[in-house]
Design a protein around this ligand. Structure first.
Ligand code: BGC
Length: 282
C-alpha cells in the first residue's frame, strides 16, 4: 500500500475527563516529553500535581502554570531520582504541602545508546540508575505512605496508585539500546512483583508501554521526512504517537475507572507490537 492510499492522519483533541478530583499526584521527569503531558493531564483531571524535574527549570515552571490554568494546584520540585536523599526530601515536602499522595507516575527515563561492543559502563550505569533504581526509590517511598494512610473512601477506592512508564521495549528487543531495553524489561517485572506484593493493601501498580511518541528522546526517528517514513513502517496505525495519547491513558489508569487493573501493562503504540513486518510476509 502506498502512502497516498492511506487515510489522512487525524490527531485526537478530546478533553481529559475530571476523574481525579481531590487527588494528589507526583510525576517524575515532568518538565518535558511524556512526563510533561501526563502532569498536565492529571491536573486537567482535577489532581494537584508535583512536577518533578532534574534539568529544565523554566520548562517545569511552564508545566506548573498550565496545571494552574486547568484549576489544580501544582509546584515544581528539583530532585535527582537516583539519589535516595533527594527522593526522600521530595516526598517529605509533598506530604507537608499537599497532605498526602494518591498517585505516583514513575515517568523519568533516559537513553544512552551505543552498540554493545562500544557501550561504556557509564552509559550502562546511568540508564539503569535512572530507569530502574530511580523507579524503585520513588515506588518504595510512595508505598510506605500508601500503607501508612490506607484507603480514604472519599478520595479513591484504592490506597494508592503507581504507574510505571515503560516502553514497547519491555518486550521488543532493541539492538544498539541494550541498556535501555534491559532497564525497561526490568522495570516491567519490578512493576508486576510490587503489584503482587501490595495488592492486598489495595495499592494498584501498573505500567504503560508507549511506542514511538514524538518527544525529544527520539527526535532522530521523526525529525526528517525520511526518518519518519522509516518509522511509520513499524507503526500499523500510520501515525507517530503524541505525548497526549499516553497522558489520557495515564489519567484513566490512575482513576477509579480502572480500579480492577493491577499488575498489567497498557500498551499505547499504534500497533507497534503487532509484528508489522508480518503484514505482508511470513
Ligand atoms: C524509546 C523511543 C523509541 C520507541 C519505539 C521508546 O521507548 O524511548 O526512542 O522511538 O520506544 O521504538
Amino acid at each position: 500500500m502506498s502512502s497516498s492510499d492511506l487515510p489522512k492522519v487525524v490527531e485526537p483533541t478530546c478533553a481529559v475527563p475530571r476523574l481525579l478530583e481531590g487527588q494528589k499526584a507526583l510525576v517524575t521527569g515532568a518538565s518535558s516529553g511524556i512526563g510533561r503531558a501526563v502532569a498536565v493531564a492529571l491536573g486537567q483531571a482535577g489532581a494537584d500535581v508535583v512536577v518533578n524535574w532534574v534539568s529544565g527549570e523554566d520548562a517545569a515552571e511552564e508545566v506548573v502554570h498550565e496545571i494552574g490554568a486547568a484549576g489544580a494546584r501544582a509546584y515544581a520540585y528539583r530532585a535527582d531520582i537516583t539519589s535516595e536523599e533527594d527522593v526522600a526530601a521530595m516526598f517529605a515536602k509533598m506530604l507537608q504541602d499537599f497532605g498526602g499522595i494518591d498517585i505516583l507516575v514513575n515517568n523519568a527515563g533516559i537513553q544512552k545508546d551505543a552498540p554493545i561492543h562500544e557501550m561504556t559502563l557509564e552509559q550502562w550505569n546511568k540508564v539503569i540508575s535512572v530507569n530502574l533504581t530511580g523507579q524503585f526509590l520513588c515506588a518504595r517511598e510512595a508505598i510506605r505512605e500508601f500503607r501508612r494512610r490506607g484507603v480514604v473512601t472519599d478520595v479513591s477506592c484504592a490506597a494508592g496508585k503507581i504507574i510505571f512508564m515503560s516502553s514497547v521495549h519491555e518486550t521488543i528487543p532493541w539492538a544498539g539500546h541494550v541498556n535501555y531495553a534491559a532497564s525497561k524489561g526490568g522495570a516491567m517485572l519490578m512493576m508486576k512483583s510490587i503489584a503482587q506484593e501490595v495488592a492486598s493493601q489495595r495499592i494498584r501498580v501498573n505500567g504503560i508501554a508507549p511506542g514511538a511518541i514524538k518527544t525529544p528522546i527520539n527526535e532522530s526517528a521523526w525529525k526528517t521526512p525520511e526518518a519518519l517514513d522509516a518509522l511509520l513502517k513499524l507503526i500499523p496505525y500510520k501515525r507517530i504517537g503524541l505525548p497526549e495519547d499516553v497522558a489520557r491513558v495515564a489519567a484513566w489508569l490512575a482513576s477509579d475507572q480502572a480500579d480492577y487493573l493491577t499488575g498489567t501493562t497498557v500498551v499505547v503504540d499504534g500497533g507497534m507490537m503487532l509484528y508489522p513486518g508480518f503484514s505482508e510476509g511470513g
